[in-house]
Design a protein around this ligand. Structure first.
Ligand code: GLU
Length: 624
């Protein structure tokens, strides 16, 4: 029965495609690589070594899109845009025009690290009580709110692509969207990852006819493995953006369609789940600007680690933790002690992250204090011989910093909070080109499947990023830098890093997984730099994530290890089992990608070997 239904759906899709192709005749003048048959999908491998440039991402079609662009004269920035837009087709649950992200870029010619903040914004009508239920005066339930169109932020993705290319790219947005258009037009085969991610946001996807039509069977189930999925709507959307530029979204028909979808959602009859429409206007889209920001920088073991500034908490939290860790020589410590220091440094940095980091356009974020080695010293000395108790109070990252260790946890006007609960998903793309430019681009629509809402006729899902705001201060009347406001960006954990030594790039790493993004990067970094693991081994190693919570989230291989036992017995660390490297997704430290720059133009591209069924690493000229 399922098969015959599937065949019917496929036939209907083919007919729709034919009709659409006819109506799109005027667009035929655009450069296009589409042809009748789906191209052969290259094999997916998590590692590749070679020259001429490289890409790593969650998916082989997306990585191949980046490689195609590199082979056609594009640079790392072009490749990142091509990969991100193609991922919006093949893994629409974590990417695409409906989301936002942060791009960290190393420019080889000028030896500079620059960044672009393409985070979603809260519509102008947002206030600090947007996520307070007027009926009860209490904050909405987090999962409830995350399913509501109210949580859809103004998307920053396309503005980021346009800005990155305008400032640093070699080709046009129109040219870099071509591989994604081809994949959307020709289709791709549903794989295990796609099926699993569909399952994760199934209730929300089912709530919207447009999502059901695009991503589910007619009975509302995930598509079967191996099914060819075409997305002519998204192909058309990308063609229209290619032709008209980002303005087609920010000041054009696509923007109007987004606003309609968010504020007047078209629901599947009988749907009870969706009760809070959005508050977005076309003016919110018109007002959107991607921000070019400097990067954060800290010194660690002779490396310069560059990261993302607020509203990402990546650069400040990784930076503070590394500054705390600089006071110990992890490499020469017994491994359990070194990991104890890693967990405690992360706990302390997270306490500060939650208390102090918000959108700097709205809040006074004490970034230089958070990144100051002198401040880190005042935090480090709180670490004794037993795990600190979370939620731990934040410190005071304002100079002058005490030269001596405070006797106890510092008094603070800011209450202790635990990390905001975002623990869902996103993706990290890394690219490099033959000139040595590097891009690390973490982007997302927040939850797997975002809000679950497909923009009718346009073939992509909208984010539910606004639940990254705190809904209310931890205690009434206390300061909280991450409350919603009109035009404000919610705090993020997304923040990949690029490491240089003596001005020469060594590696980059970024990750997915909400608040575990930061700990995944941190742990990969110390695995590589302090414990001497190769970068692929550092990325693959079992993860443990401490985010100022009473227990640390540990993957099974770590949870069941002798080291975990030692950390519990000797240092009082506590662990919660992340229930499997693949399922369920909600308790899974996210997957990562990385590049090791090996010198003389050689690069090792690294994707996940196992998590989420593994990712794809490709190089332009494979050779050892
Ligand atoms: N919303 C998350 C953040 O910005 C990313 C999505 C996720 O992985 O939860 O940190």
């Amino acid at each position: 029965m399922r098969r015959s239904l599937t065949a019917l759906v496929a036939a209907a899709l083919a007919a729709a495609l034919a009709a659409l192709t006819a109506t799109l005749a005027p667009l035929a003048a655009l450069p296009s690589v589409a042809s009748a048959a789906p191209p052969r999908r290259p094999a997916q491998h998590p590692l590749a070594i070679g020259t001429g440039g490289a890409v790593a991402s969650m998916d082989v079609d997306a990585s191949q899109a980046g490689i195609d662009v590199l082979q056609r004269g594009g640079n790392a920035i072009d490749a990142a845009v091509a990969t991100a837009s193609a991922l919006g087709v093949t893994i629409p649950f974590v990417a695409g025009p409906g989301g936002g992200g942060f791009m960290v870029i190393y420019l080889a010619r000028t030896h500079r690290v620059v960044t672009i903040d393409g985070r979603e914004t809260c519509p102008a009508a947002c206030t600090s009580t947007t996520f307070i239920d007027p009926a009860t005066g209490m904050p909405y339930d987090y999962d409830y709110a995350s399913a509501q169109p109210l949580s859809t932020g103004v998307p920053g993705m396309v503005a980021t692509w346009a800005q990155a290319l305008r400032l640093y790219g070699r080709r046009s947005l129109a040219a870099d969207l071509q591989p994604a258009i081809a994949v959307a037009q020709h289709g791709f085969r549903v794989n295990r990852d796609f099926r699993q991610l569909t399952q994760s946001g199934l209730a929300e996807l089912r709530a919207y006819p447009a999502s059901r039509k695009l991503l589910l069977t007619t009975s509302g189930s995930p598509l079967p493995l191996g099914q060819l999925l075409r997305n002519p709507d998204l192909a058309r959307t990308y063609r229209l953006i290619a032709r008209h530029g980002a303005g087609y979204l920010y000041d054009g028909p696509l923007g109007r369609a987004i606003v309609r979808a968010v504020d007047h959602p078209r629901l599947t009859p009988g749907t009870q789940l969706i009760t809070r429409p959005g508050i977005m206007t076309v003016n919110d889209l018109r007002a959107y600007r991607a921000r070019s920001l400097p990067s954060t920088r800290v010194r660690y073991r002779g490396l310069d680690i560059y990261g993302m500034e607020p509203p990402s908490s990546g650069g400040s939290t990784i930076g503070e933790a590394l500054n705390i860790l600089s006071g110990w020589n992890l490499g020469s410590e017994p491994r359990a002690l070194a990991l104890y220091h890693y967990l405690e440094a992360s706990r302390l940095a997270y306490a500060d992250r939650d208390a102090w980091v918000g959108d700097p356009a709205y809040e006074r974020v004490p970034l230089s204090g958070l990144l100051s080695p002198a401040y880190a010293a005042t935090r480090r000395c709180l670490v004794g011989d037993h795990a600190l108790t979370s939620p731990l109070a934040p410190g005071q990252p304002f100079p002058p910093f005490a030269g001596t260790c405070p006797a106890a946890a510092p008094a603070s006007s800011v209450p202790a909070t635990t990390a905001s609960p975002e623990l869902h998903h996103t993706n990290n793309i890394v690219t490099t080109d033959r000139a040595g430019d590097i891009v690390a681009y973490t982007n997302t629509i927040n939850f797997f499947g975002g809000s679950g809402m497909t923009v009718p006729g346009y073939g992509f899902l909208l984010n539910n990023e606004l639940t990254d705001f705190d809904f209310a201060p931890a205690q009434p009347g206390t300061y909280d830098p991450n409350l919603p406001a009109g035009g404000k960006e919610p705090r993020s954990s997304m923040g990949p890093v690029i490491a240089l030594r003596d001005g020469r790039p060594q590696f980059t790493v970024g990750a997915a997984g909400g608040s575990t993004i930061i700990t995944t990067i941190l742990q990969t970094l110390i695995n590589h730099v302090d414990f001497g693991m190769s970068l692929p081994a550092a990325l693959a190693a079992p993860r443990v994530s401490q985010t100022n919570t009473s227990t640390s989230l540990a993957e099974p291989a770590f949870y069941h290890s002798a080291l975990a036992q030692q950390l519990t017995q000797q240092y009082g660390e506590k662990f919660t089992l992340a229930t499997g490297p693949v399922l369920p997704l909600d308790h899974y430290p996210g997957d990562a990608t990385a590049l090791a720059l090996l010198g003389h133009g050689r690069v090792e591209a690294i994707a996940e070997p196992v998590r989420l069924f593994g990712g794809s690493a490709l190089v332009v000229h494979p050779r050892r």
